[in-house]
Design a protein around this ligand. Structure first.
Ligand code: ADP
Ligand code: MG
Length: 246
């Protein structure tokens, strides 16, 4: 069997270099590093800029100043499709009129012209995410957790070095959320992609992430290892935030 690390691209480091962005009266300025092949939790109060930060990395937004770097490349001017990135949102990741296999196949070919290799990759990703028996279902015939598995399966067949998740399991109950976190952790351990994971749940970060980047009012106010954050003397803003969440 081929070593999985030979077949997949692994991760690439992501860096926001003084990337400035403005929405109306909200001024944001992000300076942050996301090490290659690690899971970083992006946390912070509602409105602090977590989604904007991910959108800048994905290319859905462009900074007015500063740069976005992935690996050795400056991707600031690249369109989303040209970046080595996949993104999963809280919901509405799927096309309602396409079945599970087709929604996953889109990760390989936007026109769904799939080679036999592509079909094999889709079948593998469905098996990996526990969806093999549901390939002909439409999104409305799935649970919320299953829909997010389909989105993850599509990210697997895209096989990009960077995976962005914006509160992907936020609408799921606690037990299901744990299953999804385990699945994500397992997949990341195999593929070694760089993961940026937005979550409101300190427990999710503690379980999954090696690093935390904490935002307040549009800037990074703390960044460091998960251990440091959860130590008794972790960053003050973060401790206040965790206190307010429980
Ligand atoms: P978070 O994901 O942390 O809740 P966002 O990145 O969505 O924060 O938002 C950051 C700031 O930008 C907030 O002040 C928010 O009100 C503002 N904002 C976000 N999206 C828009 C938009 N489409 N139009 C105007 N302001 C926006
Ligand atoms: Mg958000």
């Amino acid at each position: 069997m081929t070593d999985i690390r030979e077949r997949h691209p692994g991760g690439q480091p992501v860096r926001l270099d003084h990337a400035a962005f403005t929405y109306g009266s909200a001024d944001m300025l992000f300076d942050a590093d996301f090490p290659s092949s690690t899971i970083t939790a992006v946390m912070g109060p509602s409105g602090s800029g977590k989604s904007t930060l991910l959108n800048l990395v994905a290319g859905f937004e462009t900074p007015r100043k500063g740069r976005v770097l992935i690996g050795d490349s400056d991707v600031t001017a690249l369109a989303p499709a040209e970046r080595p990135v996949s993104m999963i949102f809280q919901e509405n990741n799927l096309f309602a009129h396409l079945d599970v296999a087709k929604n996953v196949g889109l990760g390989r070919s936007p026109a769904l012209r799939l080679t036999s290799d592509d079909r094999r990759a889709v079948a593998d990703a469905l098996a990996r995410t526990g969806l093999s028996d549901k390939e002909h279902r439409l999104p409305r015939e799935l649970s919320g957790g299953e829909r997010q598995r389909v989105a993850l399966a599509r990210a697997l067949v895209r096989d990009r070095p960077v995976l962005l998740l914006d509160e992907p399991f936020g609408s799921l109950g606690p037990a299901l959320r744990q299953d999804m976190l385990d699945l994500l952790a397992g997949v990341q351990a195999e593929r070694r992609m760089t993961v940026l994971f937005v979550t409101h749940q300190p427990e999710d970060a503690r379980r999954l992430a090696q690093k935390i980047v904490f935002l307040e009012a549009g800037i990074v106010t703390a960044a460091g290892s998960t251990e440091e954050f959860f130590a008794g003397d972790g960053p003050e803003g973060f401790r206040r935030y965790v206190g307010s969440q429980s």
